[in-house]
Design a protein around this ligand. Structure first.
Ligand code: FAD
Length: 520
């Protein structure tokens, strides 16, 4: 029976990156995916006349021709072709006013709000706009962005080498690197003297990582923000499926095998370590090394016998809270974005401006926190003439659906979608409901069924100060279960996001390539 150099379990972003890097390095590579298409969240689906993007709001790693971003560089390294479309804006944050709010004002949509911040690309422009909205915030914003330049470079070094070697490479950019890592985003912005209201606008992207300002590390947030604000963001022209297919092609062009409709149902152990997998319950495949893109929760509960699970893995899996879960409402509209009155690609509608309060509200089902995106803003012809597509996303934490009975599921799903749509209609003074031609609603169980992750999270485990990106990176090898079985994807050191998942897949592949070269 053929023994592969490496078997990759799962063709999400992490698994695709791992398999392509291994195949390109000449390893005999097998990628196994239980669905009939690649990508996990990075895919597309069709309803009626509309092809929807299931997940991607924006990619921070798309730079400029002079200064390509990290995701673009990753695709260039692979030789994978994607037609990128740039977004020339960042985000708009709208906080509708509550009764008695003293600082309420009527915005351009005729809505009473306490915050309406439409933020531009570029450090200088962003800081000037912040200063217009919150006088006295320019200096602190520019200081934060200047720091972010160094943080971004330091952060980049962590990807190159494992553990402490990465930190040593980062020190020339940030001599205070380790001291910085102990501080939260809130502490960092307080130290820079940023006014609270400006901090709230600055922290808008907290939801992309699922950890609020008092629990998210300053360094990681600033490195992430650097990617979004410096050069703006991008998306692929043909939905994220285009990205996944282009990596699929690299794997095949380099002699790798991809088996779709192939679910790994068991890991075969020999001499205390993995030696192969069982596919679809009946086919054995042997491998020297393994890279796993499936969630550790699922792996330990379904793929291993209890006696074979390393104790540390059980402890870590039990102690780490599952990260954010999402609900998305996909809408095919029989009106154009102009007819609907939409002017922004991405609007964050929040029930309050403080990220910790937003996080607290997201512990329950729909709290009024909702991001509304209109794909036609960036790709005008992504839908047939006279139409447009919107997607609305809200976030929750924990098992918020535990009390919903199967017979109430449909009713619940419809109510959540209606609440989300009405929240956006009210906050932006839009009329959406009469013009919906197609609607699809994905709740956490939808994502759970598709991705095989606990509670359907696409974000892995919550990034908290005790388990933030830095300790995860420093302890990367200690956190892996066997020396020939490495995890990749959102459950790993960088948490959620396309760029993060690609990074972890490429890193696991490089460690695998190196180990095989050294004869391990
Ligand atoms: C609604 C939504 C919006 C998002 N917005 C953004 C955004 O704007 N920007 C951004 O960067 N990120 C965004 N994300 C997050 C991003 O999609 C994820 O963090 C990233 O895709 C995670 O990739 P992963 O490598 O962990 O793989 P996953 O997507 O989790 O895929 C894992 C794959 O493994 C397969 N698998 C599991 N078990 C097995 C098995 N036993 N055998 C074979 N195959 C198996 C699954 O079928 C799946 O294909 C969003 C996610 C969602 C859901």
């Amino acid at each position: 029976m053929k023994e592969y150099d490496v078997i990759v379990i799962g063709a999400g972003n992490g698994g695709l990156a791992a398999a392509a890097t291994c195949a390109k390095a000449g390893l005999s590579t097998l990628l196994l995916e239980r669905h009939n298409i690649p990508g996990g969240s990075a895919s597309s689906f069709v309803r009626g006349r509309f092809e929807f993007e299931p997940s991607l709001h924006e990619l921070s790693g798309i730079g400029t021709p002079e200064e390509p971003g990290s995701v673009e560089e990753f695709f260039n390294r692979l030789g994978a072709k994607v037609d990128w479309c740039k977004d020339s804006s960042t985000f708009r944050l709208v906080v509708p006013a509550k009764e008695g709010d003293k600082d309420a004002f009527v915005n351009e949509n005729g809505v009473l709000v306490t915050v309406d911040a439409r933020m531009p690309v570029g450090f200088e422009a962003f800081s000037r706009k912040l200063d217009d909205l919150v006088p006295g915030s320019y200096e602190s914003a520019m200081k934060a962005f200047r720091l972010s330049e160094r943080m971004y470079k330091a952060f980049d070094c962590l990807g190159d080498a494992d553990g402490i070697a990465g930190v040593l490479k980062a020190l020339p950019y940030m001599p205070d690197f380790m001291r910085m890592t102990s501080h939260t985003l809130k502490e960092g912005l307080d130290a820079l003297g940023m006014p609270k209201k400006a901090q709230d606008i600055f922290a808008t992207y907290w939801c992309y990582m699922g950890s609020p300002a008092s629990r998210f590390d300053f360094l990681y947030y600033m490195a992430m923000l650097h990617g979004y604000i410096k050069n703006g963001t991008g998306i692929p022209r043909l939905r994220s499926h285009e990205m996944s297919l282009s990596i699929d092609k690299v794997i095949r062009d380099n002699g790798g095998d991809i088996w779709y409709n192939s679910e790994v149902t068991k890991v075969i152990m020999e001499n205390g370590k993995p030696a192969g997998v069982v596919v679809n319950g009946n086919k054995e495949v042997r491998g020297k090394r393994f890279i796993c893109n499936a969630s550790p929760n699922f792996v330990w509960s379904d793929l291993f016998a209890e006696a074979d699970i390393p104790q540390k893995q059980l402890k870590m899996t039990n102690v780490r809270p599952v990260a954010a879960t999402l609900t998305t409402v996909y809408l095919g509209m029989n009106k154009t974005k102009e007819e609907l009155g939409i002017k922004d690609y991405s609007v964050f509608v929040a029930p309050c401006s403080d990220s910790d309060e937003q996080f607290a509200l997201c512990q329950d089902y729909f709290s009024g926190y909702c991001i509304i995106n209109c794909l036609n803003e960036i790709i005008p012809d992504c839908t047939p003439a006279g139409t447009s597509q919107l997607f609305l996303t809200s976030m929750t934490f924990g098992d918020v659906m535990k009390d919903i009975q199967p017979q109430d599921y449909k009713k619940f799903k419809t109510k959540v979608a209606k609440d989300m749509i009405e929240t956006c209609e009210k906050a932006l003074n839009l009329t959406i409901q009469p013009y919906i031609e197609e609607i699809e609603i994905a709740l956490p169980p939808t994502f759970s069924r598709y991705l095989n992750t606990p509670l359907g999270t696409p974000y892995g485990y919550m990034l908290d100060m005790w388990d933030s990106m830095i300790p995860r990176t420093l302890q990367f090898m200690q956190d892996q279960p066997f020396d020939n079985f490495l995890f990749c994807g959102a459950s790993q050191e960088r948490g959620d996001g396309y760029g993060c998942a690609y990074h972890t897949g490429e890193k696991a592949a490089n460690l695998t390539i190196q180990a095989l070269k050294e004869g391990q």
